[in-house]
Design a protein around this ligand. Structure first.
Ligand SMILES: Cc1cc2nc3c(=O)[nH]c(=O)nc-3n(C[C@H](O)[C@H](O)[C@H](O)COP(=O)(O)OP(=O)(O)OC[C@H]3O[C@@H](n4cnc5c(N)ncnc54)[C@H](O)[C@@H]3O)c2cc1C
Length: 377
């Protein structure tokens, strides 16, 4: 049935970034619609994601770790409160903390050195000596100890996405599923016409299309690098006797008494976006390295491959197109989508609705300035 929707803002892409943005825009008073094409490369549909407040290279707090973490907790609280359709006795965020073991002499020395001067919020982490680490992770056989991050944990992404969609429907945000559509811009508005005879008219169109953004002629100039990541579920013969996700060279998240989820192959060169044997081997080796006591007799149950977008400063791009101010983007969350998207989506929503500035480290302007200097735009 043909329909015509008039909104202030339409969002292309219903992954974590698009749905969080839709939520914040709606809560701040905007009329919003969400358009998703059910693209198969959608990293928000993976079974689990680490909520990881640690920076990528060093055991330091990641960018805006505390603010991002608090925003995520507040969003989860809003989604789960007072909504009988969402099970609150079975939370999708497991606040288990995270263990980051030191794996060799060099890493141990690096951890000790960095932690002396790192700035963590009070009470966020403690050092586990070898004995303590073995108590938390009996199957690790670790000789060095490691960090116990008390904040963070992991999210069951399918449950999180399902809950946020329930909430978005309750807020009467139209969700249009369309595999194909065309976008037309007139002087004062943007119109999206889908093949199913829907039309959406908006003042701003925001692209939250994940890795698909690289295919968009509007945004392909943004310096974002595609990285293939594979993850897998393994059935274990021995019981999984730890509760916290383990992070080093990738991540391992306990799922139930005989099930482990392992992720993060980070492939910069690849032929196609399909799970493959190379990925299975790499993830198996990860489990062997981090948890030798469980890695015998594990069987692959399922495997996924998706693409992440990495930006030069490892922070997302938020902001408008340099020439077409009706078009905005929110993308480039790398391996930090779970912890960073609510915080970033809130910043973009405040900008779009209240005109609040987006900081230089996030703003698309950080790149447009460079291109302008080079005379490229
Ligand atoms: C193997 C792997 C493991 C990861 N593990 C973690 C982790 O442990 N912790 C963590 O924080 N992050 C992790 N990440 C990263 C995290 O999953 C992403 O940062 C996050 O999902 C990005 O969300 P997004 O909404 O920007 O993009 P996506 O999740 O890709 O969503 C994009 C959405 O846009 C839709 N779409 C695409 N093109 C169009 C179009 N043209 N029109 C309309 N809709 C469109 C898609 O259908 C999809 O719904 C991992 C990534 C990978 C690949």
């Amino acid at each position: 049935m043909a329909s015509s929707i008039n909104v202030d803002m339409a969002i292309l892409g219903g992954g974590i970034a698009g749905t969080c943005l839709g939520w914040y825009l709606n809560r701040k008073g905007a009329k919003v619609a969400l358009i998703d094409n059910q693209w198969e490369e959608n990293s928000s549909r993976l079974p689990a994601a680490i909520v990881n407040p640690v920076s990528i290279q060093q055991p330091n707090a990641a960018w805006q770790a505390e603010a991002s973490y608090n925003e995520l907790l507040s969003l989860i609280n809003s989604i789960q409160t007072d909504h009988p359709s969402i099970q609150t006795d079975h939370p999708f965020f497991h606040q288990t903390g995270i263990i980051r073991p030191a794996l060799d002499d060099t890493l141990f020395a690096n951890f000790c050195e960095t932690l002396k001067s790192s700035e963590w919020p009070d009470g966020w982490f403690s050092w586990l000596d070898q004995q303590e680490l073995i108590e938390s992770l009996p199957q690790s056989r670790n000789k060095y100890g490691g960090i116990n991050l008390r904040k963070g944990g992991w999210i069951n992404l399918p449950e999180f996405m399902e809950s946020i969609y329930i909430k978005i429907r309750e807020l009467d945000i139209p969700i249009v599923q369309a595999e194909n559509y065309r976008i037309e811009k007139s002087r004062n508005s943007v119109q999206i016409f889908t093949n199913e005879d829907h039309s959406i008219c908006c003042n701003y169109l925001i692209f939250a299309t994940g890795a698909h953004l690289k295919r968009s002629p509007l945004w392909s100039i943004l310096p974002m690098h595609k990285v293939k990541g594979q993850s897998a579920l393994f059935k274990t013969a021995r019981p999984v006797n730890f509760k916290q996700p383990v992070m080093a060279l990738g991540h391992i998240i306990p799922q139930d008494s005989h099930l482990l989820y392992a992720g993060g192959t980070y492939e910069h060169a690849y032929q196609d976006v399909r799970p493959d044997e190379h990925g299975t081997k790499k993830l198996h080796t990860l489990i062997k390295t981090l948890l030798p006591g469980i890695s015998d007799h594990i069987a692959l149950k399922d495997q996924w491959a998706e693409i992440s977008l990495i930006t030069p400063n490892n922070l997302p791009f938020l902001g408008s197109h340099p020439r077409q101010q009706e078009y905005y983007v929110i993308a480039g969350f790398g391996a930090k989508g779970a912890i960073t998207t609510p915080y970033a989506a809130n910043i973009l929503a405040n900008h779009l609705i209240h005109g609040e500035p987006i900081s230089d480290e996030l703003n698309t302007e950080r790149y447009w300035q460079k291109l302008r200097k080079l005379g490229k735009i």
